[in-house]
Design a binder for this molecule. Structure first.
Ligand code: CP3
Length: 345
């Protein structure tokens, strides 16, 4: 008998239950670490591939077939809904998102209109096709959290220090709050549409939130991450909230409303559980660079993560951030096997 989707190890762990094995998937599991991905993407720009139904379906399936992970994450990018509403942006290879006209004044806010279902029709078609193809393997939908999206929109490109973004939030808080509300509406709608098209969980990528102090996070970022999470609250799917370098923010992230908090590798999961509180499941947190170490080191460190994860109400194994493009895909497959062989408890 096959397991129904709702009883899949991933969804059970999100609900705080203890499935037969600890579920595992990897952020950026679909991507450049896979030769079959690089082949399919040859000559096709990143954003074009994100709007092409067949490519989204095939690229999303590749890591599921190859590694036997417990969840799929649909192939897209956090800037896709911004592109879909007409923001002039590109994802430049080796750089990341680049915005033609960064938003630093009230007049420039006009670039951000609401997202309509028609703007992302080819993407939603992929989500629906995927839920059919995946059967009892859950599909994770996702969106960027407003602070992380704002960091691209305000800086205009990836940044190390977020100087324009932080200057704006402290200099013109009214404009900042209006910008964040606009982004939260777009990201929230993008998530809602994905769930309505069949996604069975969502992750909000608050990736760069760790650049903020706790006080600034609470004032300038958390209410908008909370709004995005709230936009799917009535749909009954588990919600994951993830960021990098968020050790000091974990309690506040837990308060934002997610069921699961994603944790990077800088803090052990048992300590993370102490900071987040007992009501949430956790996701993480093997350092992605450890996949460049020999298999016995990966196995030892994975077991440590699994042991520390026992402190949680539910544990979803993942890396502490995305798969690095140069990672040997066989190392990922071996890691899935190590996690699946571990006694849960
Ligand atoms: O996780 C998955 O497998 C699903 C696909 C996914 C991508 N981006 C594909 C992608 C997801 C979930 C994202 C989210 C994303 N995008 C985040 C949050 C996650 C995180 O890493 O913290 C952020 C910050 C972005 C913005 C972005 N897009 C960056 C920084 C880059 C990398 C730039 C580079 O070339 O190194 C991208 C491009 C991108 N997004 C690629 C992929 C597979 C590489 C583009 C390519 O293959 O040509």
């Amino acid at each position: 008998m096959t397991t129904p989707l709702s009883e899949s190890p991933f969804l059970r762990a999100c609900r705080g239950e203890t499935p037969d094995h600890v579920p595992v998937w990897f952020m950026r599991q679909a991507g450049r670490s896979l030769p079959e991905y690089r082949k399919l993407r040859e000559g096709i720009a990143m954003l074009d591939s994100c709007f092409t139904t067949d490519l989204v379906v095939e690229i999303t399936m590749q890591p599921v077939r190859r590694h036997g992970v417990d969840a799929a994450i649909f192939f897209s990018d956090i800037v896709v809904p911004l592109k879909a509403i007409g923001v002039d942006l590109d994802i430049v290879p080796g750089v990341g998102p680049v915005i033609a006209e960064p938003i630093r004044s009230r007049a420039q806010l006009a670039q951000l209109r609401d997202l309509e279902p028609d703007d992302v029709a080819t993407i939603l078609a992929a989500v629906t096709a995927l839920t059919g193809e995946l059967g009892s393997t859950p599909l994770i939908g996702f969106a960027g959290a407003p602070f992380t999206l704002a960091s691209y929109l305000v800086e205009g490109r990836p940044s190390r220090d977020y100087r324009h973004t932080k200057a704006l939030m402290h200099t013109d808080p009214d404009l900042w709050h209006d910008l964040m509300s606009r982004i939260a509406a777009i990201a929230g709608q993008f998530l809602r549409l994905q769930v309505q098209a069949g996604a069975s969980a969502v992750q909000v990528f608050d990736s760069w939130a760790g650049a903020l102090s706790l006080a600034d996070y609470r004032t300038f970022s958390q209410p908008y991450a909370a709004a995005v999470l709230a936009s799917v609250a009535d749909l009954g799917v588990p919600r994951i909230h993830f960021g990098v370098g968020t050790g000091e923010l974990l309690g506040a992230m837990g308060d934002a409303g997610a069921d699961v908090v994603g944790v990077d590798w800088r803090i052990p999961l048992d300590e993370a559980v102490r900071r987040i509180g007992p009501d949430h499941a956790v996701q993480g947190n093997l350092d992605p660079t450890l996949l460049f170490a020999p298999p016995e080191v990966v196995e030892r460190e994975a077991r440590r993560v699994l042991d520390e994860g026992r402190a949680a109400r539910g544990h979803i194994f993942n890396l502490g951030h995305g798969v690095l493009p140069e990672t040997d895909p066989d190392a990922l497959t071996r890691l899935v096997d190590v996690v699946h062989a571990h006694e849960p408890g």
